[in-house]
Design a protein around this ligand. Structure first.
Ligand SMILES: [Zn+2]
Length: 347
């Protein structure tokens, strides 16, 4: 019985092929006739994209209007446009097209042992040339993003006004990957280990962002800033840095999450109001970025310090990436370096 049916099929296929060739039609006509004879088999092959559907796939990609009707009916999901439902804009929002680089830049990018710095080297300024007299800097090679130096001037100005101490010294700012490699190798040599829990891998250091700095103290600095422990009078800096846009990036109780030992001297600028929230709630940046993902743009936002904060994945369109942003009012955006965009909206 099965044999008999198979013979029948081949006969029919052969007949269909002959008809198509005789008619001098395009190759897809064979499919049409096949579809007419074995509609279910034809449908299946359209969806799964097996070898017999190559010509269909080509037609789909080119987007020409000559796509056989059976294709459009049986597999509407096969075209890129129709497979992604149009996302709805929340009320009061508009679309903003963004460059892919926006995903890797901004004050909130997460860089750690598993997420490399992926952006172009940041624009920086020489700290010595922009700093106030309230603190020291190691030498002319220490550079940071200008907004970080401004925040530093305010924070250490307030610290000096309180304590009269002006011996806090910025010993490290932006580093290129080569410099990081030297430090990393030196640490391995010193510890005799194959991996470092103190110095990030080259390409994976926050210092590549231009938003990160290490403190030392004058005159005892040993080059790594170990002489700054954030204790005694200096504890004020570590406890209040959030108000100035800085976080203690590697807290003592987060070493498992950050992968880096407690570093009381290593500060990262993330800007207000994020720094304040992170410090007040005892988070590390990894936890904060994960938390923000619970506040989608079209849902409840995280409201803190006069700002409304939310997270979204950009939508891919034929014209590139786009995100939803408020149609009016002030906002800033930052990539999180893991594919998402964080909106910080002034309330
Ligand atoms: Zn550091």
């Amino acid at each position: 019985m099965p044999r008999y049916r198979r013979r029948i099929r081949w006969n029919r296929i052969f007949a269909a092929v002959l008809v198509a060739i005789l008619a001098g039609s395009a190759v897809w006509l064979i499919r049409d006739s096949l579809g007419a004879i074995f509609p279910s088999a034809a449908e299946e092959s359209f969806v799964t994209g097996e070898s017999s559907t190559v010509s269909t796939a080509e037609i789909d990609v080119s987007g020409e209007s000559s796509v056989p009707e059976t294709s459009a009916e049986s597999a509407p999901e096969s075209s890129a446009e129709s497979s992604v439902p149009e996302r709805e804009l929340p009320a009061g929002y508009q679309w903003l097209h963004i460059d892919e680089s926006a995903l890797y830049t901004g004050d909130l990018i997460l860089v750690n042992n598993s997420i490399p710095f992926q952006a172009e080297p940041p624009e920086t300024a020489v700290v010595y040339e922009e700093k106030t007299d309230s603190y020291k800097v190691k030498d002319m090679t220490v550079v940071l993003q200008s907004k970080v130096i401004e925040a530093l001037n305010t924070m250490l100005g307030d610290f000096y006004a309180r304590t009269g101490l002006d011996d806090v010294m910025v010993i490290s700012g932006w580093r290129d990957p080569d410099k990081q490699e030297t430090l990393y190798d030196e640490d391995l040599l010193e510890t005799g280990k194959t991996d470092s829990t103190l110095v990030a891998k080259p390409g994976y250091s926050e210092h590549h962002t231009g938003l990160t700095l290490d403190f030392g103290l004058l005159p005892k600095s040993d080059g790594y800033g170990r002489s700054y422990d954030g204790e005694g009078e200096y504890a004020w800096i570590n406890e209040n840095c959030g108000s100035y846009g800085f976080i203690l990036r590697y807290p003592a109780d987060k070493t498992e999450t950050t992968g880096i030992e407690y570093e009381p001297w290593h500060f990262r600028y993330v800007g207000a109001p994020h720094a304040q929230y992170i410090m007040e709630n005892g988070l590390c940046l990894e936890e904060y970025i994960a938390l923000l993902q619970e506040y989608p743009v079209d849902g409840t936002h995280l409201s803190t310090g006069g700002y409304s904060i939310c997270w979204q994945l950009p939508e891919e369109t034929a014209d590139g990436l786009r995100i939803a942003v408020p149609a009016e009012g002030e906002y800033t955006l930052s990539g999180d370096n893991t594919g998402g965009i964080i909106l910080t909206i002034k309330e």
